[in-house]
Design a protein around this ligand. Sequence first.
Ligand SMILES: *[C@@H]1O[C@H](CO)[C@@H](O)[C@H](O)[C@H]1NC(C)=O
Length: 239
Amino acid sequence: MSRSVIILFCVIVGVYSVQYPEITPCFEYDSACLTRTSNILYKMSVAGDPSLNIENLDPMFQKRIDGNLATIKYTFHNTTLKGFNECTVVNSKLNLKKSTLKFDLFCPTFKMYGQYDVTGRLIVVPMEGNGDYSILCKDYNIHIDTEIKFIEKNGVRYMAYKTFKVDGDLEGKMVTELTNLFNGQYEELAAFVLRFINTNWKPVSKELQGPVFYANVRRLIKNFNKFLKRIPFDQLIAQ
Ligand SMILES: *[C@@H]1O[C@H](CO)[C@@H](O)[C@H](O)[C@H]1NC(C)=O
């Protein structure tokens, strides 16, 4: 009994004392070092920290994602997205003069599901309807370009992401399921459109991914910033 209490105590103390994994300052142009640090920060940002009010992002819940694209409008409702905790940062580049930080994420699996609304034209096929959706993606390369800024607190400088742009290339495959396409009418057309989406997953993902990435990466960047304001910049970058 008392032994297990001691063990439990040690475990708890151990967990709290390594609240931040060891981060060693990197030189600005040392991409390998920056990539290592970015991975540590990335894992922390996805895991979150309930004691600091930083939400866990896998699974990520999105109440509403609006895709208002030129030829097609879609909304995803009540989306659950799984997969961010499997990604790794594969390349990270900092340019202090330009105030930019770029990094690439490789994400082996994303699975998202919820409800959808759609109306418009997807590349060449018409789409209409609302129902349940699920999308499985394999091997996404995601490129995130950020503009950074500095915040000073009690004479200590902290880095923060100010703006970001995101783009992605899907390399593996995408499997999409949609119920109630064309509101249950035109079953043959619905089957054709689904086949089109699943055959042409590469251009389809490129066409539709933007609004989903912006919604998800915004949450990720928010978490990054919550951790970054606790780690002085000179602990990240050697000056
Ligand atoms: C999303 O979930 C909420 C709460 O469970 C529900 O009321 C709403 O109808 C759902 N949205 C859609 C489009 O199904």
